[in-house]
Design a protein around this ligand. Structure first.
Ligand SMILES: [Mg+2]
Length: 323
């Protein structure tokens, strides 16, 4: 994996200005201490493509590793071809979709368990795979400082953790030193250093809300003063509409929904739906500087990467500083 990949990126923003403006003004009033990030991992914090080539997801890190059998790779491919269009279909009955996603994840995880990779194997996969964080990730982790970030992913927790470890090593910091940074994902159970199960219930794209709720409740029990208490003003980030379900069972004051519509060659038909569901849409594997700039605005700090934003979005944010 590469920490950051510099390649030409075409950033296109769309935003629902009136509504977004109101939310931003509310959060400015409340202050940065009330802000929390909830983010999906695959194709949200990471890129969909690099140089025209498809980048890897957590599951892709496994199939491309050369560490698992050809039979596993073949099964994974067939499952992807069958279930991925279902995952992306915004019109399917939700109950039906939920059952099918559960079925997909169970198959995937069973197939991984049958291969029995070790913790070390996962580390090797993460460091050699084509998972590319979006540009701006290092600055986001740095500038975010005390803004809690919860990564909620239906991917493989081991791969996500290792990817962040590689990244934070590169930026000369340490994952465990990142305060208020947590991952909710599918983590393995090991026996004799081989994976024998995944923690149940599995996190899939449809049930993120119950996992977020469970995480928050567990944190509350651990420590009433714990920083992982969900804060009232949320920035939620995802590349599929269902990522927004992670906020379904929690209460909040204001929420800014950021959607990543990465591949318009394939997904142009989703544009309208995304505009309905998200406040900000970042297209074409755009960078994370819009999030960074929002945090700086909330903190009353000067925007440090305005040059990385499209003119209209930068001007929009700048106009909110003046009040
Ligand atoms: Mg995703």
């Amino acid at each position: 994996m590469e920490a950051e990949f510099n390649t030409e990126e075409e950033i296109v923003f769309k935003h629902n200005q009136a509504e977004l403006e109101e939310k931003i003004r509310n959060i400015i009033k409340d202050g940065i201490d009330t802000v929390q990030i909830l983010a999906d991992f695959d194709m949200t914090l990471t890129r969909d493509r690099v140089g025209g080539e498809k980048a890897s997801s957590c599951f892709g890190a496994l199939t491309h590793s050369g560490l698992l059998s050809d039979e596993y790779v073949e099964k994974n491919k067939k499952n992807y071809e069958k279930y991925r269009p279902i995952e992306k279909d915004p019109h399917l009955d939700l109950q039906e979709k939920e059952a099918l996603m559960e079925e997909w994840w169970e198959k995937e995880c069973d197939d991984i368990i049958n291969e029995g990779p070790s913790h070390e194997d996962f580390m090797k996969m993460a460091s050699s795979c084509k998972i590319y964080f979006r540009n701006g990730i290092s600055e986001l982790l740095e500038i975010r400082k005390d803004v809690p970030m919860l990564v909620v992913s239906a991917g493989i927790g081991e791969i996500i953790k290792a990817s962040f470890e590689v990244l934070t090593n590169d930026i000369d910091t340490n994952l465990s030193s990142l305060k208020n940074f947590s991952i909710v994902s599918n983590l393995g159970v090991y026996e004799d250093s081989k994976i024998v199960a995944f923690n149940q219930p599995l996190v899939n794209v449809m049930n993120k809300s119950s996992h977020v709720k469970k995480f928050i409740d567990a944190q509350k029990e651990l420590d009433e003063e714990n920083h992982h208490h969900l804060r009232g003003n949320i920035i939620v980030m995802g590349d599929v509409i269902e990522d927004l379900r992670m906020i379904d069972e929690i209460s909040y004051d204001n929420i800014i929904k950021v959607g990543f519509l990465n591949n318009l060659e394939v997904d142009s038909h989703l544009e309208e739906v995304y505009e309905k569901h998200f406040d900000i849409i970042i297209q074409h594997d755009g960078n994370l500087y819009p999030i960074i700039s929002l945090l700086q605005l909330f903190a009353g700090e000067k925007m440090s990467h305005g040059d990385k934003l499209p003119d209209d979005f930068r001007e929009f944010l700048e106009s909110l500083y003046d009040d």
